[in-house]
Design a protein around this ligand. Structure first.
Ligand code: ZN
Length: 351
C-alpha cells in the first residue's frame, strides 16, 4: 500500500506552502498547494496501489504532487501503514530511518542481520551500546576487562552506585536487558586487543560491525589487524579533549583507506618519547564528560545508519577522520586516500 509518512508535515504561510521539516523540505506557491494537501490527506492511513492509481489519474496536478511527495518520502510504500506501529519499541527509529536512509526496510533488514561488537564498555561504549540496543540488531557482544568505579558515573550513564566494583560488561548487559529484553547479548571479560578481538570475531557468525570504543595504546592498530584480516567493518569513536572524533570507518566493500594508509598521519601509534615527556604525559587524564562522549557517539551512530543502508556516499567518516569542536561546533576533517604502498594493508594481505 501507499501511505502518508508520519514525518510528512505542511505549513501554509501567506505566499508559500512548506512541505517537510529538516533537511528535506520544499516550497510551492500558496495557490498551487491544494493538490499536495488533498494527496497527503487521501493517503492518511494507507490506500491500495489500485486506489492510488485511480486517485492520481483523475487530475494531472494531483499526479505531479503525488510524484513529488513520493520523491521527498512524504508518501511511502509498504505492507502496512505506520499507524500499526505506534506501540512498537522501534517505532520512532523507523520514522528516523524513513527520512535519513533511501529505503528504511532495507536498512532494518541489514541491521537485523548484523552482530555488533562493542570493543570497550566505558563512556563511548555506554552510549553506543544503548543506541544499538534500541535498534533491531541480530546480537551485541560487549567487551571490556574493567570494573565500574565511582569516577565513571559522571558519563557512563547506564551504571549506578549499585554496580560499583562489578565488571562493566556484566553491569551493562544487565542494564540493557532491563530495558530491551528481546536483545540477544554476550559479555566478554577481555582487554580489547588483536587476539581477544580475533576470538570474539571468530565465534560470532555472519555479518559483523566493530565499534572501537576502548582507549588503550595501539587500540586502532590492534582492531585494524583483527578486523581487516577477516573483512569486518570497524569504526573508531572517541575524542581529543574537547573535539569529538570518529573514523576512518573501514568498510570492506567500499574501498576506503585504512587508518594507516599514507603512513601514521593520524598519530595513532605514537613514537617513543623522551623520559621527561613520558613523565608529563603519564600525568594526563582525559576530560571525559557527557558532551564529548555523547557527541562522538551520536556522530558514529549516524554513520552506522548510512552504512546499514549501504548509502556509502553519506558515511561521513568513510576514508576520513571527522572531528566536531564541541564548544563552537566547527567541523574538522583529515582525508585519507587508499595507499597501494600502505605497509599495514600489505602486511595483512601477506598474512
Ligand atoms: Zn592501509
Amino acid at each position: 500500500m501507499i501511505f502518508t509518512a508520519k514525518t510528512a508535515h505542511a505549513t501554509l504561510l501567506s505566499d508559500v506552502a512548506v512541505f517537510g521539516f529538516g533537511v528535506d523540505q520544499f516550497e510551492v506557491p500558496i495557490e498551487e498547494c491544494q493538490p499536495y494537501i488533498r494527496t497527503l490527506k487521501f493517503f492518511l492511513g494507507g490506500k491500495s496501489k489500485g486506489d492510488a492509481g485511480t486517485f492520481v489519474s483523475e487530475d494531472q496536478r494531483v499526479a505531479s504532487a503525488f510524484d513529488r511527495l513520493r520523491e521527498h518520502r512524504m508518501l511511502l510504500e509498504g505492507e502496512k501503514s505506520h499507524d500499526d506501529l505506534v506501540e512498537d519499541l522501534y517505532f520512532k527509529n523507523k520514522l528516523y530511518l524513513d527520512i535519513v536512509t533511501p529505503d528504511s526496510n532495507h536498512s532494518l533488514s541489514s541491521l537485523e542481520s548484523t552482530s555488533v561488537i562493542i570493543a570497550g564498555s566505558g563512556g563511548i561504549g555506554n552510549n553506543v551500546a544503548f543506541a544499538f540496543a534500541s535498534l533491531p540488531i541480530n546480537q551485541m557482544v560487549l567487551m571490556d576487562f574493567d570494573r565500574v568505579e565511582e569516577s565513571n558515573l559522571n558519563r557512563q550513564f547506564l551504571f549506578t552506585q549499585n554496580d560499583l566494583g562489578e565488571l562493566k560488561v556484566e553491569a551493562l548487559k544487565r542494564r540493557l536487558a532491563e530495558r530491551f529484553p528481546v536483545l540477544h547479548m554476550r559479555a566478554r571479560e577481555a582487554k580489547v586487543g588483536s587476539d581477544s578481538l580475533a576470538i570474539v570475531l571468530d565465534e560470532t557468525p555472519g555479518k559483523k560491525l566493530v565499534i572501537v570504543s576502548a582507549d588503550s595504546q595501539n587500540i586502532v592498530e590492534d582492531t585494524a589487524a583483527a578486523c581487516m584480516a577477516r573483512g569486518v567493518a570497524f569504526l573508531n569513536v572517541g575524542y581529543l579533549n574537547d573535539i569529538a572524533t570518529i573514523g576512518p570507518f573501514w568498510i570492506p566493500d567500499a574501498g576506503g583507506a585504512c587508518p594507516f594508509c599514507g603512513g601514521d598521519s593520524l598519530g595513532l601509534s605514537p613514537n617513543e618519547q623522551p623520559d621527561d615527556v613520558k613523565l608529563i604525559n603519564r600525568n594526563y587524564s582525559a576530560p571525559s564528560v557527557y558532551v564529548n562522549n555523547a557527541t562522538a557517539s551520536a556522530m558514529a551512530m549516524s554513520d552506522v545508519l548510512s552504512w546499514a543502508a549501504s548509502d556509502y556516499a553519506n558515511v561521513m567518516s568513510l576514508g576520513r577522520r571527522v572531528g566536531i569542536n564541541t564548544r563552537n561546533f566547527d567541523k574538522y576533517e583529515i582525508a585519507l586516500s587508499l595507499d597501494p604502498n600502505c605497509a599495514f594493508c600489505a602486511r595483512l594481505q601477506e598474512s
